[in-house]
Design a protein around this ligand. Structure first.
Ligand SMILES: NC(=O)C1=CN([C@@H]2O[C@H](COP(=O)(O)OP(=O)(O)OC[C@H]3O[C@@H](n4cnc5c(N)ncnc54)[C@H](O)[C@@H]3O)[C@@H](O)[C@H]2O)C=CC1
Ligand SMILES: O=C([O-])CC(=O)C(=O)O
Length: 313
């Protein structure tokens, strides 16, 4: 019988990679190949076996294969890259550039060779620069390469809003634009709770504290964990993007997409609202911004440009 299940290649079998494999199976998105370098063979084979045994308990028919051979990843419909070092307390994401770029060169070249038709989601940091490098090296069409950050940053923003109001998170609608750094732009004016403008519900000083906490959301986790960074919420956020592609949901999700004139920006991957469906990034949506919001977004863009300027391919 023909193999009709989707195939999901997870590059990096660490903290996020393992959680991605679990979520992909639990959501029955397809069969998973959890790939890592040879020193981590036991890790990916172990995680695969462990998750497959959980599948038996819960009756999931998707399978995980742990592998150190790119041939097993070949032909994946979706590839999610978490291959890369996480930061430790006191480090910025940009401090990871050199070490993670070295890893990305290897990963992107293998994607070019083995998965030229995949929808590829990069998670490794520094996010916006790494997805830029991925696109350049792998030579994939622009609609098939994207970076995950906006879903996570927006999810943090929503979480803090719901906590402040003591309301259901289901009714919080919010958006964070820009690069995945401390000057990302949580858009207060565009956020609502049950249709009510956020600015009407939370006083300005409290809102500013929420914005600040959102911007430093990654570092807050790094300081708690001490040996690495967040992994549960980043895994869920990446799976939301993969699912929208695989099931052609056409969800509107913020993601680092290649800008070609939108927001007056050109040639860089940057966090904006995208529509993700069977065509990959099918649309980039331009939010109407006032002068202050534009200035904040430009500041974030300058930071991304600076880091990308240090990318030597
Ligand atoms: N975009 C975002 O919002 C977020 C990004 N991150 C980033 O994601 C990355 C991964 O984080 P974790 O999973 O916590 O790290 P981790 O250290 O637990 O896992 C990384 C894995 O990558 C593997 N790896 C190294 N070189 C490789 C190669 N050439 N090919 C395949 N695999 C390779 C390592 O062996 C390791 O198992 C980090 O760079 C981190 O900064 C983390 C959280 C959120
Ligand atoms: O902060 C980090 O290093 C990991 C990350 O990108 C996040 O959790 O947002």
């Amino acid at each position: 019988m023909a193999h009709t299940k989707k195939k999901i290649g997870l590059i990096g079998g660490g903290q996020i990679g393992g959680n991605l494999a679990l979520l992909a199976v639990q959501k029955q998105l397809g069969d998973v190949v959890l790939y890592d370098i040879p020193v981590a063979e036991g890790l990916v084979k172990g995680k695969a076996l462990d998750i497959n045994q959980l599948s038996a308990v819960d009756g999931y028919d998707c399978r995980v294969t742990g592998s150190t051979d790119w041939k097993d990843v070949a032909g994946s419909d979706v590839v999610i890259i978490t291959a890369g070092v996480p930061r430790k307390p006191g480090m910025s994401r940009e401090d990871l550039l050199d070490v993670n770029l070295k890893i990305m060169r290897d990963v992107a070249a293998n994607i070019k060779q083995h998965c030229p038709n995949a929808f590829v989601i990069n998670v490794a940091n520094p996010l916006d620069a790494m997805v830029f490098a991925l696109h350049k090296i792998a030579g994939l069409p622009k609609n098939m390469v994207v970076g995950m950050a906006g879903v996570l940053d927006t999810s943090r923003f929503k979480c803090f809003i719901a906590e402040a109001l003591g309301c259901s998170i289901r009714d919080v609608e919010a958006l964070v634009l820009g690069g995945h750094g401390d000057d990302m732009v949580p858009l207060v004016r565009h956020s609502t709770v049950g249709g009510v403008p956020l600015t009407q519900l939370i006083p300005a000083d409290k809102l500013n504290a929420i914005i600040e906490r959102t911007r430093k959301g990654g570092a807050e986790l790094v300081n708690l964990y001490k040996t690495g960074s967040a992994y549960f919420a980043p895994a869920s956020s990446s799976i939301a993007m993969a699912e929208s592609y695989l099931l052609d949901r056409k969800r509107v999700l913020p993601a680092a997409a290649l800008l070609e004139g939108q927001y007056g920006m050109n040639g860089y991957f940057f966090g904006v609202p995208t529509q993700i469906g069977a065509g990959g990034v099918e649309k980039i949506i331009e939010v109407q911004l006032n002068d202050a919001e534009k200035a904040e977004l430009n500041k974030s863009f300058e930071s991304v440009k600076k880091t990308v300027g240090e990318v030597k391919l």
